[in-house]
Design a binder for this molecule. Structure first.
Ligand SMILES: Cc1cc2nc3c(=O)[nH]c(=O)nc-3n(C[C@H](O)[C@H](O)[C@H](O)COP(=O)(O)OP(=O)(O)OC[C@H]3O[C@@H](n4cnc5c(N)ncnc54)[C@H](O)[C@@H]3O)c2cc1C
Length: 357
């Protein structure tokens, strides 16, 4: 979110008239640990506000990728395949897709695939199931995305500091690490509660640990544009370039801010990988990624200005779909700062006060 906000603040027509500082200590960052699937349209979630946010977010990421000429390693509209164990259940998905595509042209086209067709598109799979291809689905590398946007912003009005932030109040100005600012946007993910506590707030947000593995394959496969696989009852499989796949991710509650890779989880992720691609074993694992997501009680993101601190906007609670919803929230927050307005965001979220104790 921070990098997307910085991008919007650096590319608005009046960007020369103000300067922006981004503070980030980078520890535990969910964005750089993420699996990177952007395909929210057939989610079973009933929360309409969340869905609007996610649908708009998928379009915003695509727009940013196009206007900044993001490379295919960073963002690739590879399509996503959701599998089900029977053709009837794939047909149900297709029906839901047909209902939703009218308001979400980003979905591209929908195509019912037999197990053989799924296998043709993702050849290393064993025992493929039938599925639905959504051509507008995408994969994104969170670390590269953030780096790319920060580089653009750094060439304009942004300076970045790798620092942990402590907020203090000094009359009407907000003081961050002894520097004064007129406007502040806080998007410290799972750490939001500790960030705003010094101002007297208690936010209902909890950390959730996520782990995934990145593996290389033994036999080269043509990876260009290979779709992401969201298989029924298994971890997701994200083919990335250089003959590698990501398998993940876990959703571990009650682990606090723990960032240690867990042997049990690695074995579990590997077992999931082996059910999809039997040839892989422990020696194929090149990386274990761990990050901390932020969750609210209703699993929905929040955004708004802090009560009594009109100059501070906050946003977060993105959960497991934050690479999809986060850029949209960032756009809303940056636009509010640029236009110096306090828009009504009820289309997308409940009031911020619902998340404050
Ligand atoms: C394993 C895993 C897989 C995921 N897969 C997907 C996926 O496939 N699709 C999808 O859409 N989403 C996915 N997500 C979710 C998504 O990554 C997150 O929701 C999103 O990246 C959160 O963005 P954020 O900017 O709110 O928080 P973060 O990316 O966590 O950034 C917050 C930053 O604030 C910094 N910070 C905190 N406190 C301070 C402080 N006091 N001072 C300075 N800096 C501070 C942190 O160090 C961090 O760098 C996944 C997440 C994980 C962990």
């Amino acid at each position: 979110m921070g990098s997307t906000v910085a991008y919007y603040l650096a590319t608005t027509p009046g960007w020369r008239d103000f300067s922006v500082t981004l503070f980030d200590d980078g520890i535990g960052q969910a964005t750089k640990a993420a699996a990177g699937i952007i395909s929210p349209w057939l989610s079973k979630r009933r929360n309409k506000k969340w869905y609007r946010l996610a649908r708009s977010g998928a379009a915003v990421v695509n727009q940013i990728a196009t206007e900044t000429q993001m490379d295919a390693m960073t963002y690739c509209q590879s399509g996503t395949i959701i599998t089900r164990n029977t053709d009837e259940r794939v047909a149900e998905l297709l029906e839901l897709g047909r209902q939703r595509i009218t308001d979400a042209p980003m979905m591209g086209t929908l195509k019912k695939l037999t197990a053989e067709q799924v296998n043709e598109m993702i050849p290393m799979l064993d025992n493929a199931l039938p599925g639905l291809l959504i051509t507008g689905g995408a994969r994104i590398d969170g670390a590269r995305y953030a780096e790319h946007l920060l580089k653009i912003a750094a060439g304009r009005n942004l300076s970045s500091k790798k620092q942990k932030v402590t907020l203090t109040k000094n009359k009407n100005k907000i003081n961050i690490n002894n520097q004064e600012f007129d406007r502040v946007i806080i998007c410290t993910g799972a750490w939001m509660q500790s960030t705003i506590a010094p101002l007297g707030f208690n936010l209902k947000v909890r950390p959730q640990k996520g782990q995934l593995i990145r593996l290389h394959l033994n036999h080269p496969v043509a990876f260009d544009q290979m779709p992401v696989l969201m298989p029924e009852g298994e971890r997701d499989l994200i083919p990335i370039n250089h003959n590698q796949v990501i398998i993940g991710a876990t959703h571990e509650n009650d682990m606090g801010f723990d960032l240690a890779p867990s042997e049990v989880v690695i074995e579990d992720l590997l077992a999931s990988a082996q059910r999809l691609i039997p040839e892989v074993d422990r020696s194929n694992i090149d990386e274990v990624r761990v990050g901390t997501r932020a969750y609210t009680d209703d699993f929905a993101p929040y955004l708004g200005s802090l009560p009594r601190f009109e100059q501070i906007l906050i946003g977060g609670g993105l959960g497991s779909s934050g690479l999809t919803t986060g850029p949209m929230i960032a756009k809303l927050l940056a636009t509010a700062v640029i236009n110096q307005t306090h828009p009504d965001w009820s289309e997308y979220t409940k009031p911020l006060t619902d998340y404050l104790l």
